[in-house]
Ligand binder design. Sequence first.
Ligand code: PLP
Length: 875
Amino acid sequence: MATELKRRSSFIDPSEIGKPAPRQRRHKRSATGYLPEKDAKTGAEVWPRGDATTWKSGMRGGVEADVGEISKNIVHHVQTSLARQAYNIDDAGAYQAVALAARDDLIINWNDTQMCYTQKAPKRAYYLSLEWLMGRTLDNALLNLGLKEKFRSSTDKLGFTLEDLIDQERDAGLGNGGLGRLAACYIDSSASSELPVWGYGLRYHYGIFQQFISPDGSQLEAPDPWLENANAWELPRFDVTYDVRFFGHAERIGNNRAVWSGGQEVMAVAYDVPIPGYETRNTNNIRLWDSKPKRGFDLNSFNAGDYERALEASNSASQITAVLYPNDNHWLGKELRLKQQYFWTAASLADIVRRFKNLDKSFSEFPDYVAIQLNDTHPTLAIPELMRILVDEEEVDWNEAWNITRRTFAYTNHTVLPEALEKWPVPLIQNLLPRHMQIIFDLNLTFLQAVEKVFPKDTERLARMSLIQEGVPQYVRMANLACIGSHTVNGVAELHSQLVQTNILKDFVEFYGRDKFRNVTNGITPRRWLDQCNPRLSALIAGKLGSKAFLKDLFQLEGILKWVDDADFQREWREVKHANKERLANYVRSTLGSDINTDAMFDVQVKRIHEYKRQTMNIFGVIHRYLTLKAMTPAQRKATTARAIFFAGKAAPGYYIAKLCIRLIVNVSKIINEDPDTKEYLTMHFLPDYSVSLAEILIPASDISQHISTAGTEASGTSNMKFCLNGGLLLGTVDGANIEIAEEVGEDNVFFFGHLTPAVEDLRHQHVYHPVPVEERSPALANVLKEIQSGRFGDPSPYEPLLNTIYQNDYYLVSDDFDSYIQANEIIDKEYKSDPVGWVKKSITTSAKMGKFSSDRAIMNYAEEIWNIEKTTLD
Ligand SMILES: *Cc1c(COP(=O)(O)O)cnc(C)c1O
């Protein structure tokens, strides 16, 4: 017996296209909290408009798009690709059809771009990244294609609201945090800047885990089967496959050559993800590898009917690309991870070399056609792998091969945290990749001989610079290998690049000279992180500047400073912020059920949970604020600045202290949010399952955001840039890109606090050798810790190990910076409340001065100064 009615069609017959929709479906609030606005004159519902106004008003394969055509194509996909009836389709099905229709446009452009690259044969750059934190694609693709408004008209006619369909898409969460999102921003910028760049990565079947919060406040992890529903944004290339060998034996055959045989082979299959540029038909590519058992795998067992054994081999092959490792800024020496790294680099290099060989050039010209960027040390095995291909397979002389290799690669360092530096046990590599271990030892020998020539008898220096860390077992230091195998090494913000050169790679700077070491400050794409996530602000700015040209040249944002003192503009700016706060409040209401005062200051800290990022300092600061409020009279409380504080972020499943931090945040918020004395002035919210899509809701809504890492620990940070671009002010330490943001927007417009990098080492030394009790370093913090231990926020026993990190070494200097942090917050409270005009001017100025932090600037730095590649426009 049927218990449900099938939802009536809101999808109309193709012959009906062009006529008004029979019944406008009632809009339910989307999960992203988006609400249409009422047009003041007509009273009609209008969505914040997302399209470029300048670019040929939306093109499909070079021809002006037509709404009727788009609608027909959508219906066509429903009936053919999805094999469904047009009169019985839900939002999920409609999303799939719309995505397929948009994809058709991408594919045409993608094909033309690849043809153009083949014909013009420019030097090409390849960005090797183990993580691609893409988020959703549909909205971004429509905006970049300039087709959003035409698709909106089509879906409206078909009886669907485009925002609801956009909301159906699952995030592609193939990354942990900043490093993976950087890769995504860079590939967007390369396409938009018409640079011939491809990305290479892995097609994980499970992305970053889904985070839930259990009733006791702890983080729970669930797998993220993001490919469960069809993924419209990838194109399988069953004809592009490579066999990748593991294990076996390497036998030397003279002339530095060897033959590697035996072991097992796994097949890499290419999946292509087209990446449209903004207002250009140039469409670049990310090629993701999936692992499959080699055709005819384990034939012997299969023939003998031993299917279990045969399937074992099949499973171990499929396992390689099964899951993303969920560690951020922390190295974990798992064999499967090493397998992932080699599988990906070997398939990518085979693909790059094959493409180069089609050019019919000598290998001596390889670096004139190929630049390869190593995103952190994860792809460092590409260095011995290229040596293996050149020497063993192509019979290039060893020295010539080394020359080619070093002219091809460049390496980006992403961290100076010792626990994050990759080093692999020699026995592990020896077993899995015997030929690569030989090559690494051979490279090391020649390298150390060269160092010895420059620094004779300096054995300690030789030991530090060696690719091998001695001991039982020995380890291979991947940063050293990446450094000697690259022509250029860069850090990701000025301070960080300095620290790389003075700390972890100091010896290498002394050996190679300064020229090899550079800085390229990170950036973010203004398409996603302004136009897409904050359409209201983008429209306000475009209204003033006359076009959306600032999305291609972000320095043009400065133009809005003309109106910084204009009361109407200030009001509109504030109204946009308020609408974005309402949107976030809607989201929180629909997910957590909490009500939020949107007149309160929205204070946001969202990023991976890590001791060095010091979410602990934030939560201790919130408790301090709560205790201060409790001690006030009602009249005194009325004079304070109300704050709503938002946290979000995932902790690595094995990172005990980080998980305790989440638990503390959640449980403290339960007490605080229910306290009738204070809840009008202070609420706190931990939003589960931080992702790119959640970032897109949070960032436009922030009045202030926190980037409060211990000085010298955050290489750059990129969410600091996203917030400032959206007019959120920055509360931060003098660290990473915070410093350069302050240089651009003016120190008066950021709230800095805390010790500076040069003081950190001494303070750490003091904590260990001349400890001073927390009570003396910061009485305020000591009081907070005491209150937690008193049981005021629930059973304190679980938090003991977390509190001990402060009581004991306090490695990240929370107690040293706490008082200055509280002071900075007091200044913020005062300015927000007493000088709203001053505040909005700071907000406008901050956004206006963010031009430098466009990833278009960053990718141009790489193209001109490191890759030596040129714009290649599809005419
Ligand atoms: C930008 C971004 C990050 C990086 O944030 P930081 O504060 O720079 O560490 C992490 N996760 C997501 C989803 C992002 O969008």
